[in-house]
Ligand binder design. Structure first.
Ligand code: NDP
Length: 249
């Protein structure tokens, strides 16, 4: 496939579903070779086959990005496979709920581990390859919950996304003069399977209705925004981008 990203080498975490999956498809459609990272091997293999059948190039790499060694090695493996790396998209994430009083601390820790620490692990491993390529892009997928913590039950999620924003901005300042652009994209409700992994049945159903409501964005919409920020002229860095359903007042 040829397109605006022909010759670019990308890695997408969370590529087995939702926003990450759509991002991988869109990057490949724009011409990039894409490494697909997540835990579910069957889904990655199916997506890699689909991208290749459409004329693209994909590498399925199973990894748990909350494991620092696994996450870092996945980045290095992708760079070795493609002969370099130009784009890292951190889309692996989840939401889990919990209040502070009587909090399940393991739940809080895991959400922060996945939504914040994992992006640090992959970015840290990617920087040498991005520098070697003469520059590149790191795109972190946050949420509108990274701007405003709404309600009592989404504390772990909001905390993880606020941390991601702070990390994003400090990383941007660190690497921008090396030609590495760092962007954070903050979507609102997007129809994915994110709700399926929420433990609390009531919150799971509330979240399902939220992300599947009439007028919710589709993961392809967020994927377009990702392709947009990495395709702009190198002098432009979209450092923060909020993207919401038009039906949200
Ligand atoms: P999905 O549940 O559809 O996708 C989550 C992805 O993360 C899956 O590919 C999953 O793959 C992967 N993942 C989860 N845990 C791990 C892990 N330990 N190691 C590697 N991969 C992992 O959700 P979304 O697409 O909706 O979410 C993607 C991002 O978008 C998240 O950061 C989320 O916070 C954010 N977001 C989503 C919104 C929405 O309304 N849907 C709104 C705002 C932001 P696997 O299970 O195979 O490992």
């Amino acid at each position: 496939m040829t397109g605006i990203l022909t010759g670019k080498r990308a890695l997408v975490t969370g590529a087995s579903s939702g926003i990450g999956r759509s991002a991988a498809v869109a990057l490949a459609a724009a011409g990039a070779q894409v490494a697909l990272v997540a835990r579910r091997a069957d889904r990655l293999a199916e997506l890699a086959a689909q991208i290749e059948a459409d004329g693209g190039k994909a590498l399925a790499r199973v990894a748990d990005v909350t494991d620092e060694a696994d996450a870092s090695q996945a980045v290095r493996d992708a760079a070795a496979h493609f002969g370099g790396l130009d784009i890292l998209v951190n889309a692996a994430g989840m939401t889990q709920t919990g209040k502070v009083e009587n909090a399940d601390l393991d739940d809080w820790r895991y959400v922060v581990e996945l939504n914040f620490w994992a992006s640090l692990y992959t970015a840290r491993a990617a920087i040498p390859a991005l520098k070697a390529a003469g520059g590149g892009d790191i795109v972190n997928i946050s949420s509108t919950a990274g701007r405003r913590a709404v309600g009592a039950t989404f504390g772990p999620y909001a905390a993880s996304k606020f941390a991601l924003t702070a990390f994003n901005e400090s990383l941007r300042a660190e690497v921008t003069l090396s030609g590495i652009r760092v962007s954070i994209i903050e979507p609102g409700a997007t129809a994915t399977e994110i709700h399926e992994h929420i433990k609390d049945a009531g919150v799971r159903e509330f979240t399902r209705q939220h992300v599947e409501k009439d007028g919710a964005m589709q993961p392809e919409d967020v994927a377009e925004a990702i392709v947009f920020v990495v395709s702009l002229p190198r002098r432009v860095n979209v450092s923060q981008l909020v993207i919401r359903p038009s039906v949200d007042a």
